[in-house]
Design a protein around this ligand. Sequence first.
Ligand SMILES: Cc1cc2nc3c(=O)[nH]c(=O)nc-3n(C[C@H](O)[C@H](O)[C@H](O)COP(=O)(O)OP(=O)(O)OC[C@H]3O[C@@H](n4cnc5c(N)ncnc54)[C@H](O)[C@@H]3O)c2cc1C
Length: 466
Amino acid sequence: MSEQRKQNLAQLTRNAAFDAVVVGGGVNGIGVYRDLSLQGLRVLLIERNDFCSGCSAAPSRMIHGGLRYLENGEFDLVRESLFERDALLRNAPHMVRPLPTVIPIASWFSGTLNAAAQFLGRGGKPAARGAVPIKLGLALYDWVTRKRRVLPKHRFHSGAQTRRLWPALTDKSRRSAVYYDAWISHPERLCVELLRDVAEAAPGSVALNYAEIELNGNIFRLRDGLTGATFEISPKVVVNATGAWLDDTIAALVQGKTERLVSGTKGSHLIIDNARLYDALNGHMAYFENTDGRVCIVFPYQGKVLAGSTDIRVEKARRVRCEDDERDYILGALRLVFPKVAISADEVVFSYSGIRPLPHSDQDFTGRISRGHDIRRLPGAVPQFCMVGGKWTTFRAFAEQTADAVLSSLVRNRRVSTRDMAIGGGRQFPDDPSVLCRQLQAQHALPPNRAEQLIDRYGTRAAELA
Ligand SMILES: Cc1cc2nc3c(=O)[nH]c(=O)nc-3n(C[C@H](O)[C@H](O)[C@H](O)COP(=O)(O)OP(=O)(O)OC[C@H]3O[C@@H](n4cnc5c(N)ncnc54)[C@H](O)[C@@H]3O)c2cc1C
């Protein structure tokens, strides 16, 4: 057993009283663990598997406003997401970077009526979007960020410009639009950095993976998944951040029946080793529709290409993997948008899947289910705050809102905001990372590509690693 784990378990034995116990160590649970710990609360984080091994390790890696949510009329979600995107670009510049995105456009007006119907609450499956609805969406995107512009505004390209910049794009694309969002290189690592930040700033809090919580009568017990040892713990509140497993956790920790809060949908991605496809993207993400109306994405990722995703309802949360039919669906979508590039299943070098913990909904077209978030308080001797829904992009805001609800219930005040707080190796990260690279090479006699790789992964903590 690691020294750190021994110390964590010793802390539990010495003092088992916590202001809050957060169950679930994905990005949302880790976010609220950080926020509450920084307010001076003693917090215990319990994760059943490894930290950030659920849905939070399986996103499309976009840190984005969510262009298509505008069609659903979710302006508040888009505004909040754009704000959080820009905050992550500032607070974690070593891992979150600008992502220029091209939208191939086949017609002028297609999809306009459908978007309007959806906006009025009557839409179903979306139709292919034409230039007009895309222009409206991108203008709104730019308008929301007008006062604190971090990324360039959108622009449209004619057919000739589109063919020059993306010669392998489908001929059906008569023009294109380019706008900017952001992407995250290593979501799991950013979660580990958040945990390290808490360990330094709030040593009284404890984060334990491979552990579970049980309720026996009125007694909460933590079971160490590695040794089987149990510890009685006494929290004032519980935060349920178990994502797609939220309802199972409620069933285990609440006496009596409650309504269902989460409906999961499974999404898979492929990493493809295909140099022609990589070149065809010309450094951009392509954001396009498949024939079923679902939005798909493909972008250059660590010298390869990342493409996704599927959106399939799952009745019961479980560990998931990308199935052959999902792989074929994603490859089929890529062939539609880049028909001149030969892409074969043998070039898929990696795949990953996760279950989106979406708010419970009966919507037939899963792409229409809101990606927003909500906090549900379940009363009891130990109240439970359930984190429902959410996106990777908005984890900080969701954590802050949940922490505020917990603070209010415990009659405690907020001491600090995480809004402008740099994360891990994002602290003092220079505008020009090549400065850091040269320093690292000189101090540790490293070849340039190794120094770059360390900075890419660990930011200003690279020297510690070197
Ligand atoms: C295919 C796909 C693409 C996505 N793309 C994007 C994107 O590009 N941008 C974006 O912003 N968002 C994206 N998302 C959404 C985003 O990834 C999720 O909203 C977010 O990761 C959810 O985090 P979470 O912490 O709520 O859930 P999770 O990461 O699933 O964390 C829940 C954790 O709880 C643990 N747990 C469960 N039960 C227990 C228990 N009883 N005791 C202890 N631990 C327990 C689980 O092991 C798990 O680690 C995407 C999601 C998917 C699936």
